[in-house]
Design a protein around this ligand. Structure first.
Ligand SMILES: Nc1ncnc2c1ncn2[C@@H]1O[C@H](COP(=O)(O)OP(=O)(O)OP(=O)(O)O)[C@@H](O)[C@H]1O
Length: 522
């Protein structure tokens, strides 16, 4: 798909040749300019981070570079050659690969099967493919075994399989979309070690992240995008996270404030002996008991896949087969429907906003009503009050700074972080007694994250109880009054957030130092 290339410009002395040059990239959606004159140079052998607020246009830009979306204007050069990328297949042909945040691996297949799927022509599906996987794994220190089943791998290893898959297809430019969002600190270190290995071999790594400290520790260059336009590309040396954030938002950030505890002795949520069997035998939840008090935030730390999703869904009445007591404010809800639990006063921010949180093809005001069909202001006397729902949606848009043309925009058209802000605003709107929040700020930029924390803290001051699940350990430590660690469906340790480091939590989460570390087989 490449058009005749102009002669590549000679690289300036002392600088590596360009892997990618984006010039004047523009992309519009109805009512929104997602990219407007974006210019980025990415050199070979470097790690290049892209940062910006929610809705700034980062995903749109990398989707254009990966051939998922066509730009309205601008040019893309790969290794000095002008290219036209009509599809991901075109991008892969040009040596551009992408690792998405949601892994796309089939659990019940082996690493080898996953890697060769769709790329059988390269090295077949047998010995040659296996040898190539081993070669790549060794060359970049990925530690991947071709014959392991993907379902037996942890999150970090799955991500390395995704990276290997892209390398197997010959990528020289690798794009990663928020790769650290699901990793514990130790895994982040490993990933960064791997990324440095890729760059040492002359590859270019482009990654999007909202975690500015991480960006500063690993990137060679950082491009800041604001409202669709490149603000500047900076050298991380000598720049602070705060300065980066200020470049992102175009103004100074308020300082974060710490707050005194508001925990009372009144129990609002009482969970006793909550268990959930799995079809294979090993319980998904094993005899979990805890209380959350009025004005208390209980944080749950755990490596993804250790029961936190099941815990939340059991408390919300979404899991058949769960046993044990769920008592809210003295009322036994153990056999009550999900709707009944919500009406009883539980606000719910689900982990998977696309599956449980939003109707993507419905406008924002209908999404405001979702799950709140029977309550004011979206309903009165049992009927949906469209006008009130629209007005309240506009209030959420204003208060939570949801970047969108208006209440009639489809949820699908919002950037990930802005979808999340809408959900948080909706769930807080019902004045819940208890907020069950799974990853409330996942994919949300630092400014909006601070705003969501402030909303949660304010509600906590007013007596809200919160069950907080988060993969972001700084968030858990900063918001919680108490942290419990979940490992293989059991609560295995309790920590005081004022006295624990992310590294200590990370160790407890992986079971490091205790003899239950090895994975039990079902
Ligand atoms: N398919 C689409 N239809 C309409 N609007 C869209 C579409 N995709 C993105 N947008 C809009 O384009 C803008 C940029 O979105 P994009 O997803 O690129 O932002 P982002 O910087 O990746 O944000 P986040 O950090 O929240 O993921 C947003 O205003 C978004 O609402």
């Amino acid at each position: 798909m490449s058009t005749p290339a102009p002669a590549p410009a000679a690289p300036p002395a002392g600088e590596a040749p360009l892997a990618v040059r984006l010039r004047g990239i523009g992309k519009r959606f109805p009512g929104v300019i997602a990219n407007d004159d974006v210019n980025i140079d990415v050199r070979r052998g470097t790690i290049h981070a892209i940062v910006g607020e929610n809705g700034a246009g980062k995903s749109t830009l990398v989707k254009i570079l990966y051939g998922v979306q066509a730009p309205d204007s601008g040019t893309i050069e790969i290794s000095g050659e002008l290219v036209s990328l009509g599809s991901p297949a075109d991008a892969i042909k040009q040596g551009v690969g992408m690792v998405f945040q949601h892994f796309m691996l089939a659990d019940n297949l082996t690493v080898l099967e996953n890697v060769v799927l769709g790329a059988e022509k390269l090295h077949g599906i047998g010995g040659a493919a296996r040898a190539e996987i081993k070669r790549i794994s060794d060359a970049y220190g990925l530690g991947i075994e071709p014959d392991h089943l993907v379902e037996d791998l942890g999150v970090g290893a799955r991500q390395r399989v995704e990276i290997l898959k892209v390398l197997y297809r010959g990528a020289r430019v690798i794009i990663l979309d928020e790769p650290t969002a699901v990793l514990v600190p130790q895994e982040v270190d490993e990933l960064f070690h791997n990324l440095r290995g890729l760059k040492a071999e002359g590859l270019a790594v482009i990654f999007i992240s909202h975690k500015l400290d991480e960006v500063l520790s690993v990137a060679d260059e950082i491009t800041v995008i604001r409202r669709g336009t490149t603000v500047r590309t900076v050298d991380p040396v000598g720049v602070t996270a705060r300065q980066l954030a200020e470049l992102m938002v175009g103004s100074e950030l308020p300082s974060p404030s710490t707050e005194a505890s508001t925990v009372t002795d009144k129990v609002l949520l009482h969970i006793a002996h909550l268990s959930l069997p799995s079809p294979e035998g090993r319980p998904l939840l094993d005899d979990i008991s805890f209380d959350i008090h009025k004005g208390e935030v209980l944080g749950i730390a755990g490596v993804e896949g250790n029961g936190q999703a099941e815990l939340v869904e059991s408390i919300m009445g979404m899991r058949k087969g769960a046993t044990g007591d769920v008592v809210l404010h003295g009322r036994d809800l153990s056999t009550t429907s999900t709707r009944g639990r919500r009406e009883g006063g539980i606000g719910y921010i689900p982990a998977d906003r696309h599956r449980h949180g939003l109707l993507l093809d419905a406008p924002l005001w209908e999404n405001r009503v979702l799950g709140h069909q029977t309550r004011e202001p979206s309903a009165s006397r049992g009927l949906i009050d469209k006008r009130a729902a629209r007005a309240d949606t506009q209030r959420i848009i204003d208060e939570y700074d949801v970047r969108t043309p208006g209440v009639d925009t489809l949820a699908r058209a919002l950037s990930g972080g802005n979808q999340q802000k809408l959900i948080v605003g909706r769930e807080m709107a019902g004045a819940p007694i208890l907020l069950v929040a799974a990853h409330p700020t996942r994919g949300v930029d630092v400014g909006a994250q601070g705003a969501i924390w402030a909303h949660i803290k304010k509600a906590r001051r007013e007596g809200l109880a919160v069950l907080l699940i988060s993969a972001d350990l700084d968030e858990l430590i900063g918001l919680s009054d108490r942290i419990e660690v979940i490992l293989r469906g059991r609560l295995v340790g309790s920590f005081d957030p004022s006295d624990v480091t992310p590294q200590q939590l990370g160790s407890a989460m992986t079971g490091a130092g205790d003899d239950t570390t090895s994975r039990e087989t079902a």
